[in-house]
Design a protein around this ligand. Structure first.
Ligand code: AMP
Length: 288
């Protein structure tokens, strides 16, 4: 496995792979890799002949009071993990490589970024879409892999790729969870043992929502209030609980079509997100 630290290096690697007729998959990450990232890398390795994992803690997607400086950086472990999973190259640029000058060109997806995390984290999605557009132009993958864990991000990136005609496909993979149901996240390591125990209420609330829905509850308000009680009862401070259309991300009052239930909750100073999708033909495993 190679490690490319510069844009020239990764372009060279990808060019050689293409010349050998290989299909190129990209897994964009911010490192501190866990089994959630691992599932994307494995999926890429199944579907592509050449797997690029990018590791870049992107400064432009963090707000001034967010955790950019203390975001976990575990590069040596990440390299070993990628190697074990069969990645072909890690692209790990510095911020100077990615942003050599003050950035004057930004990619913004309208409307889809107004609500949910977009409302709580102004400028976040502008940073995400801009860095993804740069990564897509640098790596030129056939397929890029994202997690359903960041459901709004997946919708926004899909739309960006469609609107700007990037010649590639976006694949969204299911949420990988800890044995007790907590969605894996690089930020879980911020949690104290007591917060970690409380944090499972996110998954439990989503499971409850799924059960309420399966029993016939179609009113978003009722579902939200039940979840609110459970999460607040467990000691979480709710940023948002939203029930929105799966594609447009517009709020839904009565569920009649595929719907995203998305939550963001603070445990101490750590903000975690999670979600599930409600479909009218619900299966037992719908909470992924
Ligand atoms: P991050 O490093 O947090 O920016 O995440 C990189 C990619 O991994 C994103 O597409 C995330 O949605 C995905 N991801 C993070 N956590 C999980 C998880 N628990 N299950 C599946 N995908 C995940």
């Amino acid at each position: 496995m190679n490690i490319a630290a510069t844009i020239n290096d990764i372009r060279h690697c990808v060019r050689s792979a293409r010349q050998a007729g290989k299909r190129v998959g990209l897994v964009p990450t911010m490192g501190a890799l866990h089994a959630g990232h691992g599932s994307l890398i494995e999926q890429a390795a199944k579907e592509c002949d050449y797997v690029v994992v990018s590791i870049f803690v992107n400064p432009t997607q963090f707000g001034p009071n967010e955790d950019f400086a203390r975001y976990p950086r575990t590069f040596d472990q990440d390299v070993a993990y990628c190697q074990r999973l069969g990645a072909d190259v890690i692209f790990a640029p510095t911020a100077e490589q990615m942003y050599p000058h003050p950035q004057r060109t930004w990619v913004e997806v309208e409307k889809l970024t107004d609500g949910l995390c977009g409302a709580s984290r102004p400028g976040h999605f502008r940073g995400v879409t801009t860095v993804c557009a740069k990564l897509f132009n640098i790596v030129t993958p056939d397929v890029a892999y994202f997690g359903q864990k960041d459901a709004q991000q997946a919708v926004v990136i899909r739309r960006m790729v469609e609107d700007l005609n990037f010649p590639m496909t976006i694949r969204v993979c299911p949420i990988v969870r800890e044995p007790d149901g907590l969605a894996m996240s690089s930020r879980n390591r911020y949690l104290s043992p007591a917060e970690r125990q409380k944090a499972v209420c996110l998954y439990q609330a989503l499971e409850t929502c799924r059960r309420d829905f399966a029993q016939g509850c179609r009113a978003a308000n009722g579902l939200i209030e039940h979840m609110r009680g459970l999460i607040e009862g467990a000691g979480g401070r709710i940023d948002y609980i939203c029930i929105v259309d799966f594609e447009t991300l517009e709020p839904v009052e009565t569920i009649t079509r595929p719907t995203l239930v998305a939550v963001a909750v603070f445990f101490g100073s750590t903000r975690l997100i999670d979600n599930c999708v409600l479909c009218l033909h619900q299966t037992e495993n719908n909470v992924q």
